[in-house]
Design a protein around this ligand. Structure first.
Ligand code: F6P
Length: 363
């Protein structure tokens, strides 16, 4: 133990959808906190649910040893959102938040470290307003958290998505087909855009740019006319047609329910066949994108963010989220973004890069 620490005991939890790199980050926080600062660590199971139910245990070095390369999270996770009412009134919010505050006290925590996406860090911020000390770490394969240049999980998912596109290339070529591949990303298209460029997608569709099926059809027909016998279409799960973009949330939900198609890849494949007459197949990659070992780059980022979080704990700098800022690790104030997520800006250089190599962005 080298240094003095303001924080003596802290809790740690992972919340929201899992991603590769969570264990590397847990290890980074815990190793530095334990070895360097001698802190006591309380691992909380299954995200905020574990704090509501007081499902927690003290972590020892053997708990966070040998986990650097492991996928998933040793702590477990859930989508529990204590500030979201599940019934008609706010009674359950009061109860859940009350339980969190009480258990935080009873567990003797000086601070709670939360590893998660926008929802998790927003909850963290709301708990900070309730008087708890919170430090956030940004994770998600969606790369959509405001305040950090990158989230861990993204790079691993990018490699998985790119590998899948590469594999579809060969079968698309053999069968002279159009292949549609759907990647995750409800509101932000980072993953589809990057994997699409890395895999040489001929069409890339992201939620930020509503697509016009006529333009996609024309692009695919022109490719066929120029002698290309197959095409790859990469689509983010949240991509919208121009018509859908004009609808409100309710209308869009009704419209989608009417078509009874499981996801955008299948709908788009049908639209492409109708528009072009080309044989088209759909693949929705799904949860494979969140599984397995983290990439080297994610391990490095998760470890750096983790050790930086331990430094914040030691200095008592609460109410902050560690972040990648250029080539440095820094931190930003935990804030409630009110639905504000980091989407792909219309003038982002990657959109121009894609278009410059002949990719159709659907508009
Ligand atoms: O937030 C990450 C994410 O992987 C999204 O890209 C995806 O839409 C969502 O999680 C799926 O979440 P769930 O695990 O709740 O099905």
């Amino acid at each position: 133990m080298d240094y003095r620490s303001v924080t003596k005991t802290f809790g740690i939890l992972t919340a929201g959808g899992d991603c590769p790199g969570l264990n590397a980050a847990i290890r980074g926080v815990c190793r530095a906190a334990y070895d360097r600062y001698g802190m006591k660590i309380v691992g909380i199971a299954n995200g905020y649910r574990g704090l509501i139910e007081k499902d927690a245990r003290v972590l020892k070095p053997e708990d966070f040893s040998g986990i650097l390369t492991r996928g998933g999270t040793i702590l477990g996770t859930s989508r529990e959102k204590p500030f979201k009412a599940s019934g008609g009134d706010n009674g359950d919010i009061v109860e859940k938040v009350g339980a969190i505050k009480e258990n935080y006290r009873e567990l003797g925590l000086d601070c709670l470290v939360v590893l998660g996406g926008n929802g998790t860090n927003t909850t963290g911020c709301l708990l900070a307003r309730e008087g708890l000390n919170i430090i956030g770490l940004p994770k998600t394969i969606d790369n959509d958290i405001v305040g950090t240049d990158r989230t861990f999980g993204f790079n691993s998912a990018l490699a998985i998505g790119t590998d899948a596109i590469d594999r579809l290339h060969s079968t698309a070529q053999s069968h002279n087909r159009v292949m549609v591949i759907e990647l995750m990303g409800h509101k932000a298209g980072w993953l589809a855009l990057y994997a699409g460029v890395a895999g040489g997608g001929d069409v890339i569709l992201i939620p930020e740019i509503p697509y016009n099926i006529k333009i996609i059809g024309r692009h695919l027909i022109n490719r066929a006319k120029s002698g290309k016998t197959f095409s790859i279409v990469v689509v983010a799960e949240g991509a919208l047609s121009v018509a859908e973009a004009g609808m409100d949330k309710k209308e869009r939900k009704r419209y989608r329910a009417e078509t009874a198609i499981p996801s955008i890849a299948y709908r788009l494949a049908r639209e492409i066949e109708e528009e072009t007459g080309m044989e088209t197949r759909a693949t929705a990659l799904g949860y494979v994108q969140r599984g397995g070992i983290p990439s080297a780059s994610d391990r490095v980022l998760a470890t750096s963010l983790g050790t930086a979080a331990a430094d914040l704990l030691a200095r008592g700098r609460y109410g902050r989220m560690v972040a990648l800022q250029g080539n440095d690790i820094g931190s930003v104030e935990l804030s409630v973004p009110e639905g504000k997520i980091k989407t792909v800006p219309g003038d982002h250089y990657m959109i121009d890069t894609a278009v410059a190599v002949g990719t159709c962005m659907g508009e």
